[in-house]
Design a protein around this ligand. Sequence first.
Ligand code: ZN
Length: 131
Amino acid sequence: MLVDDRNRLGEGWPSLAGRGRRHAAEALAVATGERGTGVEALPKTLPGVVCQQWVRCGRPNCRCARGQLHGPYAYHFARRGGCLCKRYVRPAEVDGVRAACEARQRQRRDLAEWQDCCEQLAAQLREAQAP
Ligand SMILES: [Zn+2]
């Protein structure tokens, strides 16, 4: 399941209409209270991936209604409790979030290699101890 309220801007967000030419993503960030906190400290590793997407803001008179979508914007996708969560990533944070995702993937690969090593070692020990 994809959890993303921001793809449903057209419905129930009347305050966004008529704000002129404000950048769609900025408007999203304001509406969801993501601004004003500054750039948060990013964790060193993150599960998931960063992907670029083109978006529709939902304003009926906007160019995106005629197929000229906004973007591309970066989003972080990650599984959380069986759901695929999606979060807008500000341009300033894209590199950091992407690096954290890659670090997590490296970590998981390293861990898998270690587990393989341990299993091989354990198998060799069992063999050596066998009567
Ligand atoms: Zn639009």
